[in-house]
Design a protein around this ligand. Structure first.
Ligand SMILES: [Zn+2]
Length: 248
C-alpha cells in the first residue's frame, strides 16, 4: 500500500472546510484503479447509487462520511477525481442548443475546477431576511439532504448532481430550512406547510441566496458551435466517458 502514497494529491475544498467538524479542510485523492473501475461496472452497485460513493471513498485518503459533505464540495471532488485519474481533457459530444448539430468538444477540467468562489457566509445556521419581511434560518445543502430528496424523486447517481438543486427546489428547501417565519402564514403551522405556502418571490430569493452566498463551484465551459457560431456558457455534461474514457 505504501507505494500508492505518493500518488495522493491534496485537494482544497471550495468551502475551505469551514462548516465541518468531522471533515478536514484539505483532503487527498488518488487516481482510480482497476478495482474502482470494477465497482463502476457492477450493475447492482450502480443501480443502487452506491457505486460512486464507494469509488470516492476508496480514492480518498481520509475516511469521511460523504453524506456530511456540502454538495458543492462533493461535486468538486468528483470532477477532481476525473482530472486526477485521466487528465484534464474531457472530450464530449454536445448538441448545439441553437442549430441542434452535434459538436465534438474538448473540455478543460482544470479550467472548470478553477471556477470556484469561496463562501461569503462562514457559519451555520444563518438567517436570511426575505423580500416579504419573513425570515428563514438555513444551512447549506449537503449530500445527505440530496439523498433525502432523492428518496422522493426518481433521479439517482451522477447525473443528478450538478443540476439537482435547480430541479427540486421546495423539497430541498424543506431540508435546508430549520426555522421559518412568514408574515402571511400562521406561525403555528408545521414547517412543511409553511414552505408550501411561501410566496414564489421569497422562494426565488432564498434559493438564490443559498446558491450564491455559500461556496460556489460551477462545472461550466464556454461553448462555441462550429456550425452556426452560437456561443454561450454550458453545464459540463457527465457522459458515459466521464469515468470511462476511450484511451486513444
Ligand atoms: Zn449551432
Amino acid at each position: 500500500m505504501e507505494a500508492v502514497e505518493q500518488y495522493y494529491e491534496e485537494v482544497e475544498l471550495p468551502s475551505g472546510g469551514v462548516f465541518y467538524s468531522n471533515i478536514p479542510d484539505k483532503l487527498h485523492l488518488r487516481p482510480m484503479t482497476g478495482y474502482e473501475q470494477d465497482i463502476l461496472t457492477t450493475e447492482r452497485l450502480v443501480k443502487s447509487g452506491k457505486a460512486l460513493d464507494m469509488v470516492l471513498s476508496n480514492c480518498l485518503k481520509e475516511k469521511i462520511d460523504l453524506n456530511e459533505l456540502l454538495v458543492v464540495d462533493h461535486a468538486y471532488l468528483l470532477f477532481k477525481l476525473r482530472e486526477i485519474s485521466y487528465g484534464e481533457i474531457y472530450p464530449v459530444k454536445i448538441k448545439c442548443p441553437d442549430c441542434g448539430k452535434e459538436n465534438e468538444v474538448e473540455i478543460n477540467l482544470a479550467e472548470a475546477l478553477s471556477n470556484v468562489k469561496e463562501p461569503d457566509i462562514l457559519s451555520e445556521p444563518f438567517e436570511v431576511e426575505l423580500p416579504s419581511k419573513g425570515k428563514a434560518v438555513c444551512v447549506f445543502p449537503r449530500v445527505k439532504h440530496i439523498r433525502e430528496v432523492e428518496k422522493l424523486s426518481k433521479t439517482k447517481g451522477v447525473e443528478a448532481l450538478p443540476n439537482f438543486v435547480e430541479r427540486n427546489t421546495t423539497a430541498l428547501l424543506s431540508q435546508l430550512i430549520t426555522e421559518l417565519y412568514l408574515p402571511y402564514v400562521k406561525d403555528e403551522l408545521p414547517k412543511q406547510e409553511k414552505i408550501r405556502r411561501m410566496f414564489a418571490k421569497d422562494i426565488a430569493y432564498l434559493r438564490k441566496f443559498i446558491n450564491t452566498k455559500g461556496a460556489v463551484f460551477k462545472p461550466e465551459f464556454s461553448f462555441a458551435c462550429e456550425f452556426c457560431g452560437h456561443e454561450g456558457m454550458m453545464d459540463i455534461p457527465i457522459q458515459a466517458n466521464f469515468f470511462f474514457p476511450d484511451v486513444e
